[in-house]
Design a protein around this ligand. Structure first.
Ligand code: PMV
Length: 305
């Protein structure tokens, strides 16, 4: 029997620096890729199955119709015309915390499937399209910011429907992340904002527009190395997310504690309703922010810092 070829892909997680939710409605977002993400390994097989964090999701069973990962994997296999593939995904990020784990898995799988498809002499769909096919099973109305960050990494300027732009910061940012609560469903949080927008269009449009203005200003600060101002914009963005109804008391407390410990700015990151807080700090203050968060019993990410 010949050796079975393994195809591999990797993709980055992300933190949204500014602009979540408003990005769904066409505002830009600033996002930073993380060096940890997801790795996928796959092989041609006589069956189709996704193994994710130790849980197995066989396709074609009654249970697979109920399993979102199985349905998302099925959508990918259809796009790549590769019906019989077994895949194993290793996650280097906490799932469901707003750090882009789901998009990283989708892009890692799409990269490995691209390798497999080219090896079969077939042409592969564009990576961004494939990643969105995966992500839309979970999110419904995903802007594409997570999958763009997973694909490109680095400092990324993203606007829905446009090609993402890689930015070169004047100096790299010292970003700290605290895992505050288990995350809420992104789909539900996005639907909640849509419902509030339908109920109070003028108020919610004004909040979304102000977030867009902050993101534009933040881009200039990033490029100019104005980290103190960038931090203030992040904190202001958090207050607007509070008004948008997507924060929680625990997220607000983690933001306040980071600011009191000397962070230049802090905010929830991702869809909210739980999940993570990101803080920008000077190198000198970073340890104090971490210490303050650990004093609250929060775990900080990455775990080694
Ligand atoms: O999935 P999360 O928690 O990273 O949130 C994604 C960002 C949102 O703006 C809330 C949704 C989207 O599709 O842009």
């Amino acid at each position: 029997m010949g050796a079975v070829t393994t195809y591999r892909g990797h993709a980055a997680g992300k933190v949204i620096l500014l602009g979540e939710h408003a990005v769904v409605y066409g505002s830009p977002a600033l996002v930073v890729g993380l060096d940890r993400g997801a790795s996928a390994e796959l092989q041609l097989s006589d069956m189709a199955e996704l193994s994710l964090g130790g849980a197995r999701h066989p396709l074609g069973s009654a249970a697979s119709a109920e399993s979102l990962p199985a349905r998302a994997f099925q959508a990918l296999l259809q796009l790549f015309s590769a019906p019989h593939v077994t895949a194993r995904v290793t996650l280097e990020l906490p799932p469901g915390a707003g750090l882009g784990a789901s998009a990283a898995i989708g892009v890692a799988l799409a990269r490995a499937l691209t390798e497999l498809t080219l090896a079969r002499g077939l042409s592969a769909p564009p990576l961004a399209e494939a990643a969105l096919a995966w992500e839309n099973v979970f999110h419904g109305n995903a802007s594409g910011v997570d999958t763009a960050a997973a694909e490109h990494g680095g400092y990324l300027w993203f606007r829905r429907g446009s090609a993402p732009e890689q930015l070169q910061p004047a100096q790299p940012l010292t970003l700290l992340v605290a895992l505050v609560q288990s995350g809420a469903s992104t789909r539900q949080m996005v639907e909640g904002v849509a419902a509030r927008r339908a109920a109070q269009p003028a108020r919610v449009e004004a909040l979304l527009a102000e977030i867009g203005v902050l993101v534009e200003a933040a881009r200039l600060c990033l490029l100019a190395g104005e980290h103190a101002q960038l931090g203030q914009l992040m904190s202001r963005n958090h207050r607007l997310l509070v008004e948008l109804g997507v924060s929680t008391p625990a997220l607000d407390h983690a933001v306040n504690v980071a600011e009191a410990a000397g962070a230049l700015g802090a905010k929830l990151t991702g869809a909210g309703g739980g999940g993570c807080v990101v803080a920008l700090a000077s190198a000198a203050q970073a340890a104090r922010v971490h210490e303050a968060w650990r004093g609250l019993g929060l775990s900080c990410w990455p775990p080694s810092s």
